[in-house]
Design a protein around this ligand. Structure first.
Ligand code: GLN
Length: 337
């Protein structure tokens, strides 16, 4: 559809490097101090267990493409990855199936509607629309290689662990809690089936999807996973190639337009980075060629995005010059709210 001759593909194109390490360290600490006292938002309650989170938790980590970490706050607290898994499962499926297949079967356009919308599927003639909302994520999980749901789950668990550079474990309690409360996702699965959009059993696929959402991560894990995408698919900590550079690029493109649900446009305007959030309070924001920020704070806004996480990402994007759309590596006189 959109073709390029191989010789025309640029080798490297991004807006400079991160500032010196001491400056990054200082700005991470400053961002943490600045927003730690902010107590707007509310805890997610649609999975009963998420309501038990400590509203004071706040962790910030930046991992650069050379693998260096700068961190502040609760970066060791483990929480379920939730929707952030969608980004990395999408990358694994793209790697296995190729760009065209995923484009045709799942789609890459924003719905403008909440992440768990059923209407979005109906309005779009059964299209799951994009891999970052539940319908598209369920359709993506269905495409995961493996002859059985158990094999698909194992591929997802090991693939996300390669992104994180360490073995990720399932939180059995969160999984069981969500399994009891995921009627809406089952309905979305059945709806996709009715449109002939799934080749798997919808309830099996929703079960695999529920497991992938229940994998435990920390803010540091999110930063390493994001830095793997920033580094063209190679984990900067382990040196392992997890996905190709083309897949990393495609994943970041979808995150830019759809990663923050119906707030994606506003996010791109304010922060200018591909990113993904999840209802347990995590955000990963990726600056290609530079690194990634992982944040964790469980108080959410109405779209289900972490309040402190968004503010910290905005501050860091501007003060570190991370935005994709900045024409210079370092900011000159930006107002930072
Ligand atoms: N597991 C959640 C769901 O499927 C994830 C939602 C989210 O993080 N936005 O509804």
């Amino acid at each position: 559809m959109f073709e390029t001759d191989t010789q025309d593909v640029a080798q490297r194109a991004f807006t400079g490097d991160l500032p010196p390490e001491v400056r990054v360290e200082e700005l991470i600490a400053r961002a943490h101090r600045r927003y730690a006292g902010l107590d707007e938002g509310r805890l997610a309650d649609y999975i009963p267990l998420l309501e038990q989170a400590d509203p004071g938790w706040f962790g910030l980590s930046l991992v650069s493409v050379d693998g260096t970490e700068h961190a502040a706050g609760d970066t060791e607290v483990r929480f379920s990855i939730q929707s952030i898994s969608k980004a990395f499962v999408f990358a694994l499926v793209c790697e296995a199936m190729g760009h065209e297949q995923v484009h045709d079967r799942v789609g890459v356009n924003n719905t403008g509607l909440p992440f768990n919308s059923v209407i979005a599927v109906e309005l779009n003639d059964g299209s799951p629309m994009n891999p970052m909302v539940n319908a598209g994520a369920i359709a993506t999980t269905a495409l995961m290689p493996g002859g059985t749901p158990a094999e698909q789950w194992e591929h997802i668990r090991s693939g996300l662990s390669r992104f994180a550079g360490r073995p990720l474990e399932l939180d059995g309690e969160v999984y069981r809690s969500e399994r009891k409360a995921n009627q809406r996702n089952k309905a979305i699965g059945r709806l996709l089936e009715s449109y002939g959009r799934l080749d798997t059993d919808p309830l099996d696929t929703v079960d695999v999807y529920t497991r992938q959402c229940s994998l435990l991560v920390t803010a540091t894990d999110l930063a390493v996973m994001g830095a793997t995408l920033a580094d063209g698919g190679t984990n900067p900590r382990t040196g392992e190639r997890v996905v190709s550079a083309e897949v990393a690029r495609d994943t970041l493109s979808v995150l830019a337009s759809c990663g923050m649900y119906e707030r994606s446009g506003e996010w791109l305007f304010e922060i200018g980075l591909p990113a993904k959030s999840g209802v347990s309070g995590g955000i990963v924001a990726v600056s290609p060629g530079k690194g990634a920020v992982g944040t964790f704070s469980p108080l959410l806004d109405l779209a289900g995005n972490s309040v402190r996480g968004q503010r910290a990402c905005a501050y860091l994007s501007r003060s570190l010059g991370l935005s994709l759309f900045a024409s210079a590596a370092h900011p000159v006189s930006q107002k930072v709210s």
